[in-house]
Design a protein around this ligand. Structure first.
Ligand SMILES: Nc1ncnc2c1ncn2[C@@H]1O[C@H](COP(=O)(O)OP(=O)(O)O)[C@@H](O)[C@H]1O
Ligand SMILES: Cc1ncc(COP(=O)(O)O)c(N)n1
Length: 270
């Protein structure tokens, strides 16, 4: 048995049968941070490296029961939300989070998969904006999600700054706009805004088509680092480093976009 307190994180997200994104990415990320991962599953996707062929939602009651089961026995130091699919699940998850005493919450506002599948119903976007986002400590939209949440179409660094400020006004104190969808010199640069300063989180661009699960893994790594006790800004920088390394070991499996390789630290040990 390990001594001391084991850090625990909870992911409230969907399942990806291909093992690249969703709770599968989250649990791998937690494990590689030596954080015990727990789960409240919101939906099951039939998914592979090429696309999503079916989505089945769990009931909001089933989602709430999972959160309560973890909370009343194991507890958790941080949580992240991923694919929530519909307004009813967002409502339930928001109620559960609002009842927590001192939550460290990362909201990944998952809307569309890399392969173009809808992962959040259009009528649920308002619930995401008004109910869930104000409860988060860190919010991690990609380019598309930042455009939807801010109403600003992003073509330049000035647009990113404007979007970050507009999203900040939704009520989450740290906004990280992710740069996987940017082009030119903005490619791969993430923008961190805390209401005062905009910081660039920059590593290097990895030239691979196998990027499935980068966003899920980034938000899970932020949650893991929050569970480990890091401050939000440090947690974000460490998460960015983690995802960059995992992209460098991405897996060429399936016919489409393979997942990032979480076990790069083991490969390094030989
Ligand atoms: N090819 C790449 N090389 C380096 N970093 C990348 C690459 N693609 C995405 N990233 C990084 O992965 C993280 C997830 O970003 P992004 O792909 O924009 O999110 P999502 O998966 O939600 O669409 C960000 O830190 C982004 O900068
Ligand atoms: C269950 C689930 N959750 C999240 C994503 C987004 O990940 P990506 O942007 O890499 O497709 C996904 N494809 N599936």
């Amino acid at each position: 048995m390990l001594p001391g307190n084991i850090p625990v994180a909870l992911t409230i997200a969907g399942s990806d049968s291909g093992g690249g994104a969703g709770i599968q990415a989250d649990l791998k990320t937690f494990a590689f941070h030596r954080v015990h991962g727990t789960v409240a599953l919101t939906c099951v996707t039939a998914q592979n490296t090429q696309g999503v062929t079916r989505v089945d939602a769990l009931t909001p009651e089933a989602v709430m029961a999972q959160i309560e089961a973890v909370q009343t026995d194991i507890g958790f130091d941080s949580l992240k939300t991923g694919m929530l699919l519909n307004a009813e699940i967002i409502d339930t998850v928001s109620q559960a989070i609002a009842a927590l005493p001192n939550p460290k919450v990362v909201v990944d506002p998952v809307m569309v998969s890399r392969t173009g599948a809808i992962l959040l119903e259009a009528e649920a976007i308002a619930a995401m904006q008004t109910q869930l986002i104000p409860l988060g400590q860190v919010l991690t939209p990609n380019r598309y999600e930042a455009e939807i949440l801010s109403g600003i179409s992003i073509h330049s660094e000035a647009d990113i700054h404007q979007a970050a400020q507009a999203i900040f006004r939704l009520g989450c104190p740290h906004v990280l706009i992710k740069g996987g969808g940017f082009s030119g010199e903005l490619r791969g640069i993430d923008f961190w805004y805390d209401g005062e300063r905009i910081l660039k989180l920059q590593t290097h661009w990895v030239n691979t088509p196998h990027t499935h699960g980068t966003g899920c893994s980034l938000s899970a790594a932020i949650a893991a680092n929050l569970a480990l006790g890091y401050a939000p800004g440090d947690a974000a920088q460490r998460a960015k480093d983690y995802v960059t390394c995992a992209l460098g070991s991405a897996l060429s499996i399936g016919q489409g976009q393979g997942p990032i390789g979480h076990w790069y630290p083991l490969l390094k040990q030989g």
